[in-house]
Write a protein that binds this ligand. Structure first.
Ligand SMILES: [Zn+2]
Length: 287
């Protein structure tokens, strides 16, 4: 059986038809399709290349909990069932087990190794505690051991200074030099921005939950909308924009067959975003 999908692709707003060929989407019937039964599994509606949560910490629900692989599996399943087919995990208590990169039933994971915490910043013992002079080397180590990312706790208490700018800059330079990327935690007014102003200044704003239950990034997209982002960009922040930022294409010929489908246009009806009618991951129907 070959699956066929038809619908209006966002953000292009173009009606397209795809065939699922293994784990890929094709805009023409794959070779040999004529001899097989073709089943249309999405017929109309709106199509997104999956939802994305760029800030989630599956595997432990609080800084005091031990990282647990069974819980990791459950959290990733919750993301998938809600149509979240790609996640970035900026920091965990332990590095991700190898199976997250090969498990075909679960969302794609881009991980950042252990949280890197310098003295006085973060929950003691929850991440990897290091001196400021060790930060650059540790960041390179985590990014190399994980899927290219590392996570630095940039600030913590509102009345304590953030990681000094020269230390952070040297760390970012060192990680970029090995082809990695740096995620930085910031929560003080010194370290963070107003969402709408950031968007207007050209900063790429993406949706991440940083909380539980997993699978709720649709709500985060609605918060971005309420904070003043235009509706289509607030939606892209939880889907195609985040996916491109993590290196994956939208719904085009040859793209991974990851897709969520809706009866209603989720730009016009943001409340529909959390309830996709159809979820397909790596060419397999999730629901
Ligand atoms: Zn976080």
């Amino acid at each position: 059986m070959i699956m066929r999908i038809r619908g209006v692709v966002l953000p292009e707003r173009e009606e397209r038809t795809f065939w699922v060929d293994g784990e890929r989407l094709r805009s023409e019937p794959p070779a040999g399709a004529a001899a097989k039964r073709v089943e249309t599994v999405v017929d109309g509606g709106w199509l997104l290349p999956g939802l994305v949560d760029v800030h989630t910490h599956p595997g432990a629900e609080s800084p005091d909990d031990r990282f647990d692989e069974a819980l990791l599996r459950r959290h990733l399943s919750e993301h998938r069932d809600a149509g979240v087919l790609l996640v970035r995990t900026p920091g965990t208590a332990e590095r991700m087990p190898g199976w997250v990169d090969t498990e075909t039933e679960l969302p794609r994971v881009r991980s950042a190794g252990q949280w890197l915490a310098t003295p006085g910043r973060f929950f003691p013992g929850a991440g990897r505690d290091i001196g400021e002079d060790e930060l650059a080397a540790a960041a390179v180590e985590e990014a190399t051991a994980a899927s290219g990312w590392c996570k630095v706790i940039g600030d913590w208490r509102w009345d304590e200074p953030a990681v000094p700018l020269d230390v952070l800059k040297a760390t970012v330079d060192a990680v970029h030099a090995v082809g990695g990327r740096v995620a930085v935690h910031c929560q003080t007014s010194e370290g963070s921005h107003n969402v709408r102003l950031a968007h207007e200044a050209g900063v790429t704003v993406l949706a991440g939950t940083d909380t539980f239950p997993c699978g709720t990034v649709a709500t985060e997209s609605q918060w971005l909308l309420r904070a003043g982002m235009p509706a289509e960009e607030a939606l892209g922040a939880a889907s195609w924009t985040a996916r491109a930022w993590l290196g994956l294409p939208g719904l085009i010929d040859g793209a991974p067959a990851d897709l969520v489908a809706y009866d209603q246009d989720p730009v016009a009806e943001p409340a529909a975003l959390g309830q996709p009618k159809r979820v397909i991951l790596r060419g397999r129907i999730v629901r």
